[in-house]
Design a protein around this ligand. Structure first.
Ligand SMILES: NC(=O)c1ccc[n+]([C@@H]2O[C@H](COP(=O)([O-])OP(=O)(O)OC[C@H]3O[C@@H](n4cnc5c(N)ncnc54)[C@H](O)[C@@H]3O)[C@@H](O)[C@H]2O)c1
Length: 407
């Protein structure tokens, strides 16, 4: 993770202020008591902010550094050596015991913005929580197992991430997961509507093209739908596109940004290679090969794992990046952009993945400029994906309309 360090700041925080005695009952004593400083991954109570690099990308690193620097300047203008990161957000991971859930929980545990990390699963997550709670980062880790503990898991949470459900096996499409994952997402979102209707909701469970509309319908039926706060996590498509383009064009990974629009399955994943930053040129053959590889990258992992699941580590990384972006937005950063599958009017489809601006209240703006001036190849890809994406969206809507939510 560490790269050449140009600028380094020590980061410390006192945990006493973020844990109320009343709420300590489920906390791990070793996690809440006795830890007085957050030293990130470093043993020597310092976290280094690289000028141009962080494991979440250039923007996140710079923004996080700027936020921390402004805080220390406000707190103590004479010293830049002791920083108080504001660990004040509660994050819940539903499906936290799984292949994505566990590494995602670890990455979220590393965030200086998180005060409480709630882990929920139908399988026992006590061990995962106990394990994570020993990391000397600010957040308190609590475990919640089984439906009877779901409401408590969700109360007061700012961001809920849902990687619960079954992953693909070789030969399966994401849509093949619909029958199982649709009900899982529906039930979890019902509980979110009842217990933390104002939270940002990040849906990872596939098929995202249908599970996001399912979540929207549930929230509508519960009377708490805020389209600005419901996000389908398509960050992995961007992460993959950035990686593959950087490899192909010999670019510094941290510099590459490729918007990916449409949806999150097969041909509905449309990387806009012509909008790559920094500006690069591709031959037609390169465009075709890269596009197909990005669209099928999930299947590449499913086949390599040969029955042991789908992408988990890269997905956890991508989801953690999206959580970090959301937390920065909640924390007042006004310069947060990500691609996500959200309610949209950029095309005739009711949901569409595009670059969005995220603010304190969720989606602040959809960014239309990426869709302007498309190449012929991209324009064809955009037209070709609409039929499949529309059908997947409708399938999700119909699912909830046929099985109305519990009052
Ligand atoms: N959006 C993306 O880019 C992307 C990428 C990869 C995988 N996925 C999807 O993420 C999901 C999870 O994948 P995984 O590899 O972690 O699977 P996994 O089987 O390893 O873990 C899933 C976890 O969900 C839990 N679970 C099942 N039902 C639940 C319920 N009702 N409430 C709470 N927890 C429940 C299981 O106990 C398990 O711990 C799959 O649907 C997969 O297709 C999405």
């Amino acid at each position: 993770m560490a790269a050449a360090t140009v600028n380094s700041l020590s980061v410390g925080s006192t945990l006493g202020s973020v844990v109320s005695p009343a709420s300590q009952s489920k906390a791990f004593a070793c996690n809440v008591n006795g830890i007085r400083s957050f030293s990130g991954l470093k043993a020597a109570s310092s976290v280094r902010f690289e000028t141009n690099s962080s494991f979440f990308g250039k923007e996140s690193s710079a923004a996080l550094r700027a936020a921390v620097v402004s805080k220390v300047q406000n707190n103590n203008p004479r010293s830049l050596n002791y920083v108080q990161p504001q660990a004040s957000y509660k994050v819940a991971v539903l499906g936290a015991g799984g292949g994505i859930g566990q590494p995602l929980a670890l990455l979220v545990k590393m965030s200086p913005l998180v005060s409480d990390l709630h882990l929920y699963d139908i399988a026992n997550v006590k061990g995962v929580a106990a394990d994570l709670s020993h990391c000397n980062t600010p957040s308190r880790v609590l475990d919640f197992t089984g439906a009877s503990e779901l409401a408590n898991c969700l109360k007061g949470v700012d961001v809920v991430v849902i990687p619960a459900g079954v992953p693909r096996k070789p030969g399966m499409t994401r849509d093949d997961l619909f029958n199982i994952n649709a009900s899982i997402v529906k039930n979890l979102v019902e509980a979110i509507a009842d217990n933390c209707p104002d939270a940002f909701i990040h849906i990872i469970s596939n098929p995202v093209n249908s599970t996001v509309p399912i979540a929207a319908e549930v929230l509508k039926q519960k009377g708490v739908y805020d389209p600005k706060k419901l996000f389908g996590v398509t960050t992995l498509d961007v992460v993959r596109a950035n990686t593959f383009v950087a490899e192909k064009k010999n670019l510094r990974l941290i510099d590459v940004d490729v918007p990916v629009i449409g949806g999150h399955a097969g041909i509905t994943i449309l990387p806009l290679l012509s909008k790559t930053k920094p500006s690069v040129t591709f031959t037609d053959e390169e465009v075709e090969k890269l596009t197909v590889r990005i669209q099928n990258a999930g299947t590449e992992v499913v086949e390599a794992k040969a029955g042991a699941g789908s992408a988990t580590l890269s997905m956890a990384y991508a989801a953690a990046r999206f959580v970090e972006s959301s937390l920065r937005a909640l924390d007042g950063d006004t310069d947060v952009y990500e691609c996500s599958f959200v309610q949209s009017n950029l095309t005739e489809l009711p949901f569409f993945a595009s670059r969005i601006k995220i603010g304190k209240n969720g989606v602040e703006a959809l960014i239309p400029s990426d869709l302007q001036g498309l190449t012929e190849y991209e324009q064809k890809g955009l037209e070709a994906l609409k039929e499949e994406l529309e059908a997947s969206i409708q399938k999700g809507v119909d699912f909830v309309q046929k099985q109305p939510v519990a009052a």
